[in-house]
Write a protein that binds this ligand. Structure first.
Ligand code: ADP
Ligand code: MG
Length: 683
């Protein structure tokens, strides 16, 4: 992140003419400052190491004496293998060079050579990637590697950066005030930049990197925190003066005590509702962690404060299920709960809308039918949306605009790694239910290879024989992907034959009409179907507690988070549930994923793992990731620094001194330049 762009062009540096300048421009380097701040993306490490300490398959550089005549062997047309014995300390090892026959002339018996390559500890062989005649050259044995374009060479770039430093280092100015540099013992910006380009040592580079990681995160978090403050101060939300006594007797009337995590998030939500700010809160909780009850308490609170509440879900069947469970919870407490879906039509719909407008309906539950123009509330206080990632930003906004700044609670069962939550939702408040209700039986998950299918089916039979139901999931990556639908249809046909005369098998996929989908789901729900073959469309929170068995075909094609979501369809009743992953992963990462699934039921652990294995870009899918890009920092590995920066940014933004003292001037102007505060408060 750049604070200001200097106008001195790179041609001001001796040796950079028109042509070189053009090449540099293509790499985004226009000014001298651009050049100074063009950072390497990794380092080449050629430092000598003692073979004793090098692990098998690690890359290593060693210096030694040639101990045999090099022997060259050709195979195939252009392929060759050059082998030589080298005495390295007390190790007599073999160095192997592939397809570099010309190196034979560069080494003779008793010569000193330096080689870099993979160390095969068992066979005592180095497969050489980099050869240097003569002793190890200490200079440049730890080298930055830049990303390059066109004809620009790493060395050339490095040389010009050096020149730029010699003449123009004064262009690098400090972004962080002395208090912060002192607090974290950070290098000055200029020194750190120099160390990144010309490291004295790996530890010098690390210190320099640490400084930039903090700076990048701090600037980013300042923006997020300022945005949040700005949003809060400019949103005139409603203060919901709920009735604490009534809420307490409501929670006491529940069939179970709240978990500690549920209590905590209820408090977080209540504080927001009572405050004059408009709540903008994300509630995260794993499948089955009890988000519905939390939503019910929040909706109940809103009603005790004299408002109405709305709960919006992505599908009709979910709306029905929610309406049922909300009625069970809220009707005994005297609230009137109504359901509005597309199947509520004509006179019934008209009547319902009238009651809503009169304030005779307390809680309205439905799909996006809730945000149609003719749906008017008397006084909407709280909007809850379930499975928020399924709704578009626009739909959420329209719903919010239905009331006069109602509070909004987004619920999601897709655990977003903490790491991403504080970046992606940096301007939102996040509540997390990280505790499961007591006594829940963990789903047992097994990984099976394709040839074990007959045994898996026998297992499934046994569950069905006990009166239970089963899901069979086939991969569907894109809803329009014909091949994948075919896959589900094939499996469905096979199972029809397999269970013929014994159990009813249903089929569900994204190409069915919504009415057909609901129909299939209802039949499964009422146990008219015992086996449901489906693509991932069942992923969204349907609840059939009698389903205790899930078989997932080609499980390696799903991400961890998605597998976890799917698995969450079972294990919802009292009985032990099972999930079988049928998979033949080809890669190590794929195997690792299957293994982790069998080891944990914790959605947060899985999402962190998923992030680690896939990288932040892939986690949400590239297109919609909206993740910030950092030059030096890595959101996953530098997570601790991110937290520190967030806390620092939050307290700065909320302090008086940040907005007036000269030492924060630089960071203030950064905020002003990024347009966040729209000039507000900046005097
Ligand atoms: P989700 O977070 O997936 O929406 P639900 O709210 O549907 O989870 O809760 C799953 C099940 O757990 C429901 O049957 C609910 O009644 C039950 N439940 C919720 N909270 C508790 C609790 N504190 N103790 C025991 N059971 C609970
Ligand atoms: Mg739910």
């Amino acid at each position: 992140m750049k604070i200001h762009n200097d106008e001195l062009t790179i041609q001001s540096i001796k040796g950079i003419g028109e042509e070189t300048a053009q090449q540099f421009n293509q790499m985004g380097i226009n000014s001298v400052l651009d050049l100074l701040e063009y950072l390497p993306y990794r380092y080449e490490d050629y430092r000598l190491r003692d073979l004793e300490e090098v692990a098998h398959d690690e890359r290593v550089t060693v210096e030694g004496k040639v101990h045999s005549e090099p022997s060259l062997m050709y195979y195939g047309k252009k392929k060759s293998r050059l082998t030589v014995r080298v005495l390295v300390g007390r190790y007599l090892i073999q160095a192997v060079f592939f397809n570099q026959p010309y190196l034979k002339k560069k080494m003779a018996l008793h010569d000193i050579v330096t080689v870099t390559g993979r160390w095969d500890k068992n066979r005592q062989v180095i497969t050489v990637q980099h050869f240097q005649a003569g002793p190890h050259n200490k200079e440049g044995d730890f080298e930055p590697v830049y990303s390059l374009k066109g004809n620009v060479k790493n060395n050339t770039l490095s040389k010009f950066i050096k020149k730029a430093f010699d003449e123009y280092s004064y262009l690098v100015s400090e972004n962080l005030p002395a208090v912060l540099l002192g607090k974290y013992k950070l290098m000055s910006r200029e020194e750190a930049l120099y160390q990144l380009h010309f490291p004295d040592s790996p530890s010098g580079m690390k210190q320099a990197r640490r400084r930039f990681v903090y700076e990048e995160f701090l600037l980013f978090q300042l923006k997020m925190q300022a945005l949040r403050k700005f949003e809060r101060e400019h949103s005139s939300g409603i203060q919901q003066h709920y009735d604490v006594g009534k809420i307490k007797s409501f929670t006491d009337s529940l069939p179970f005590p709240l978990t500690g995590a549920q209590k905590r998030v209820v408090n977080e939500i209540s504080a927001d509702m009572k405050s004059p700010y408009r709540m903008n809160r994300l509630l995260q909780g794993d499948v089955g962690s009890g988000k519905t009850v939390v939503a019910a308490i929040a909706l109940f609170s809103s009603v005790t404060a004299g408002y109405q509440g709305a709960l919006m879900v992505p599908t009709e069947i979910l709306a029905e299920q929610h309406a049922e469970s909300m009625s069970e919870l809220l009707s005994p407490a005297g609230l009137s709960v109504a359901l509005l879906t597309s199947s509520v039509k004509g006179k019934r719909r008209k009547l319902l809308l009238e009651k809503l407008k009169e304030g005779e309906v307390d809680i309205l539950i439905g799909t996006h039918a809730l945000i149609q123009d003719d749906v008017e509330f008397k006084s909407l206080g709280l909007v809850v949306t379930d499975e928020q990632h399924r709704f578009g930003v626009n739909q959420r906004r329209v719903l919010r605009e239905k009331g006069k700044s109602p509070d909004v609670l987004f619920m999601t069962a897709t655990p977003i790694p903490r790491t991403l939550a504080i970046t992606v939702f940096g301007e939102m408040d996040v509540s997390i239910i990280d505790e499961m209700p007591a006594g829940r039986k963990a789903i047992e998950t097994y990984w099976a290879k394709a040839d074990m299918l007959p045994r898996v089916l026998t297992f499934m039979d046994k569950e069905l024989d006990q009166g239970r139901q089963a899901y069979v999931i086939c991969p569907l990556i894109e809803e329009s992907d014909k091949l994948d639908v075919q896959n589900a249809i094939d499996v469905y046909n096979q199972l029809l034959v397999y269970f013929e005369g014994r159990y009813n098998v249903g089929l569900m996929h994204g190409r069915l009409h919504p009415d057909e989908k609901d129909d299939v789901m209802r039949q499964f729900s009422s146990n008219n179907l015992q086996v449901l073959v489906s693509t991932t469309v069942v992923e969204v929170g349907v609840n059939v507690p009698n389903a205790t068995f899930m078989l997932i075909y080609d499980a390696e094609r799903f991400g961890l988070s998605q597998l976890h979501q799917l698995r969450g369809r079972v294990g919802r009743g009292e009985d032990q549930s099972y999930c079988i992953l049928l998979a033949e992963p080809k890669t190590e990462v794929g195997k690792e994923r299957m293994k982790i699934m069998t080891e944990t039921n914790d959605g947060f652990v899985l999402s962190e793992k998923d992030l680690e294995l896939r990288g932040p870009g892939d986690f949400f899918g590239k297109k919609q990731s909206g993740l910030p890009e950092f030059q030096v920092a890595d959101m996953v590995h530098d997570y601790r620094a991110l937290e520190v920066a967030r806390d620092d940014a939050a307290s700065l933004i909320n302090s008086e001194s940040f907005w007036k003292d000269p030492e924060w001037e630089r960071l203030r102007s950064f905020l002003a330049e990024s347009g966040i505060m729209e000039g507000e408060k900046l005097d």
